[in-house]
Design a binder for this molecule. Structure first.
Ligand code: TYM
Length: 330
């Protein structure tokens, strides 16, 4: 079975971009693949976090992932800080990563601009990500488009380590779907939907109530073509975005969808998309609230996940320390 690793930050505001770009793929791969899904709290603290909020958001994210269909019987779901090897491996990797590789990262450049003061961890963020992936010998990393550059750095780093210290790591490949790779903001289809944009009507959050979802989709920015079809034209990005959301939630083919909407107006499109989103998220939201009512069960699931993850990461970490030339403790 191919091994899959992916991660997600407990930064709150989980939205349908995260769901359609990443989580839906993780759920679909269960059974056929060996899945490791990690709630990356170490990554979250690369920008300021309030401790109580971070703790709350970590549990909320675990509940949301389970509600979205992550099955702990089939997927190892765990919290990054529960497996010490991630931080340890990240240190070793930071000593074989040229600074220039990190300074080139577009996500670093964008995030750094938004911070008053940039912490070192924001720069070394992709090194920690490489540690996540490589500790598990992952073959595939299913993500949205925005993570592609980080996975390329992971590949380069794995190759470099293998070259310096001998064959140690599997070279992972990013898995990015054609649809859903980049879900755009509803209020501005030229920018990707983002957790940090709190403007009303920008994102659809997994826990938004139906009226809020309808409000946001009704006001989604479109264009003046009045033609409902999939398109790469940046001017038609708004309609294309709504169509991709519809496609991924209904599982219908593109020709089928275009035929269905032929001759209809944008008002009708928005109404149908809104209903599909509302009905798809309804059961997820309900399961989420049930799970949040049982924190002991959540913690139990995360404890089992951590144990399974450690069983893979710890021996790999020992191998890394040995390769680098450390005297292993008895
Ligand atoms: P994060 O938490 O920002 O996002 C989680 C996943 O959601 C995808 N995503 C999107 N996909 C489509 N359209 C969007 N608008 C959109 N916004 C977010 C992201 O691409 C991601 O797949 N660095 C990672 C977390 C991470 C990780 C890893 C991922 C840490 N270690 C190891 C893979 C492997 C991040 O911040 O994702």
């Amino acid at each position: 079975k191919p091994r899959v690793f992916s991660g997600i930050q407990p930064s709150g505001n989980l939205h349908i971009g995260n769901y359609l770009g990443a989580i839906q793929q993780w759920v679909a791969g269960q059974g056929q693949k060996t899945n490791f899904i990690c709630i990356v709290d170490l990554h979250a603290i690369t920008v300021p976090q309030e401790p109580a909020a971070l703790r709350q958001q970590t549990r909320e994210l675990a509940a949301l992932l389970l509600a979205c269909g992550i099955d702990p019987q089939q997927t190892t779901l765990f919290v990054q800080s529960h497996v010490r090897a991630h931080a340890e491996c990240s240190w070793v990797f930071s000593c074989v990563t040229p600074l220039g590789w990190l300074e080139r990262m577009t996500q670093y450049k964008t995030k750094a601009q938004k911070q008053e003061s940039v912490m070192t961890g924001l720069l070394t963020y992709p090194v920690l990500m490489a540690a996540d992936i490589l500790l598990y010998d992952a073959d595939e990393v299913p993500v949205g488009e925005d993570q592609k550059q980080h996975i390329e750095l992971t590949r380069d780093l794995a190759q470099r380590f293998n070259h310096l210290y001998g064959e140690t790591f599997v070279i992972p490949k990013p898995v990015i779907r054609e649809s859903g790779a980049r879900i755009m903001g509803l209020n501005d289809p030229s920018a990707k939907m983002s957790k940090s944009d709190n403007t009303r009507g920008h994102a659809i959050r997994i826990v938004d109530d139906p009226d809020e979802i309808r409000w946001a989709i009704k006001r989604a920015v479109t264009d003046s073509y009045n033609e409902i079809r999939f398109s790469d034209d940046p001017e038609r990005a708004g309609v294309n975005n709504l169509l991709q959301i519809y496609e991924l939630l209904t599982g219908k083919s593109r020709p089928e969808i275009e035929a269905h909407f032929a001759g209809k107006g944008y008002g009708a499109l928005k109404k149908e998309v809104a209903e599909v989103v509302v009905e798809s998220l309804r059961p997820i939201r309900e399961r989420y609230y049930q799970l949040m009512n049982d924190p002991a069960e959540l913690d139990r699931i995360l404890a089992i996940g951590a144990e399974q993850a450690r069983a893979v990461a710890e021996p790999k970490m020992t191998l890394i320390l040995e390769r680098v030339g450390f005297v292993l403790p008895n």
